[in-house]
Design a protein around this ligand. Structure first.
Ligand SMILES: NC(=O)c1ccc[n+]([C@@H]2O[C@H](COP(=O)([O-])OP(=O)(O)OC[C@H]3O[C@@H](n4cnc5c(N)ncnc54)[C@H](O)[C@@H]3O)[C@@H](O)[C@H]2O)c1
Length: 356
């Protein structure tokens, strides 16, 4: 029977991947130690999602392990020898990294190295998928000429009409410590593909989102924005007039791409994975989308100071993914995604208030 090892299994992407592969006949080994609660406090706690997987997926096995535990990871992968590895565990916040630089680097860079080397020693033929980030490009996308529209910024250069391609330069820009630790891991994942011939790939995510995100101010933009609307909390915008653009992809469409790659892997690949221009929105536009579903006006405030290294406009060029995997496509529109997130927050918040 085929098996998959998923790190960060209680998180947004990890839990979606566990569910998708369990439904497709795999035994699923999920590694998570609820580190998100350590990084962000109680509102980052992902135990609810771990319990959901344990209660709903008979072939799911939870493993309480820290990816920084090198011996633990070597032993685990030697014992299970999974037929595929999907690595989603991370310190995921751009802003949080500066206050926990060692934890950030040890998790993102060293943790990835632990997994790669464990895979090389025990199952080098198993596809290895790493969730990277568009922050590897640093703030360099901000050097593209922009045009200011009523509710958003857009590229004013036809070379980027389809978005940012994988050939976009990485260095000599400001990444945030998070972006830099992810670059270290991203390059190492490519290297294990190119140097050792292992079937590895880096998915440089735009805004990955969906109903099972534990969104908070420091990470999970759309999930958190919806939560603020549903709870009547104020959402704070940092700079760029609220017209900064993100491309949003539902975690289900991330899982289907990972499946396509695992079925027909390549070595040392890199893909920009986001919603593309079709599923992009600015923060101001996101407010309207959510208001359409909840009927509640979004409360918000504004700070002129942008977040360090933040993108003014970013959407992924999806053509390389579609060229290599022509049967893969985005199935969830931004509207559908927002509607699912609204329903999920209503349900979770109602369950919390009953429990209290
Ligand atoms: N969500 C996004 O918008 C986005 C965008 C670009 C890239 N990414 C990347 O995608 C990946 C998944 O993101 P997500 O949104 O699902 O994150 P998430 O925080 O929801 O999930 C990550 C999970 O990893 C676990 N984890 C963290 N450190 C760990 C450790 N040391 N050992 C074991 N488990 C640990 C956390 O407890 C959490 O459950 C990350 O690598 C992130 O950098 C996410």
């Amino acid at each position: 029977m085929k098996s998959i090892l998923v790190t960060g299994s209680s998180g947004l992407i990890g839990s979606e991947v566990c569910t998708y592969f369990a439904h497709n006949g795999y035994v699923v080994h999920g590694v998570d130690n609820n580190q998100r609660a350590v990084f962000f406090g109680e509102s980052g706690d992902t135990r609810w999602n771990q319990r959901r997987l344990q209660e709903t997926l008979p072939s799911f096995h939870h493993i309480e392990l820290d990816i920084r535990d090198r011996d633990g990871m070597l032993e685990l992968i030697q014992a299970r020898r999974p037929s595929a590895i999907v690595h989603t565990a991370a310190q995921p916040s751009h802003d949080r990294a500066a206050s926990i630089p060692f934890e950030d680097f040890d998790t993102n860079a060293v943790g990835t190295m632990n997994l790669l080397e464990a895979a090389r020693r025990s199952c080098p033929e198993s596809p290895f998928v790493y969730m990277s980030t568009n922050k590897v490009y640093g703030d360099r996308p901000n050097t593209i000429p922009l045009v200011e529209l009523d509710t958003r910024w857009d590229y004013d250069d036809p070379a980027y009409a389809n978005g940012i391609p994988e050939t976009f330069p990485l260095d000599q820009s400001t990444h945030s410590l998070f972006g830099a630790s992810k670059v270290a891991a991203d390059v190492m994942v490519q290297e294990y593909g190119r140097y050792f011939g292992m079937p590895t790939c880096c998915l440089r995510g735009g805004c990955l989102t969906g109903p099972n995100h534990t969104g908070l101010a420091l990470h999970g933009f759309l999930s958190y924005l919806v939560k603020c609307n549903v709870e009547g909390l104020e959402y704070r915008i940092f700079g760029y007039k609220g017209k900064q653009v993100r491309d949003n992809i539902h975690s289900f469409d991330v899982a289907t791409f990972i499946h396509a790659f695992i079925e027909t892997p390549r070595c040392g690949e890199v893909y920009n994975l986001g919603g593309g221009k079709g599923n992009s929105c600015s923060i101001l536009e996101a407010f309207k989308l959510v208001e359409n579903f909840t009927g509640k006006p979004q409360r918000w405030s504004y700070s002129d100071t942008a977040r360090v290294g933040d993108h003014i406009c970013y959407y992924s060029d999806l053509r390389r993914m579609k060229q290599h995997y022509p049967n893969w496509q985005i199935t969830k529109t931004l509207n559908q995604t927002v509607s699912e997130i609204v329903t999920a927050w209503r349900t979770r918040l109602a369950a919390t208030s009953v429990a209290e």
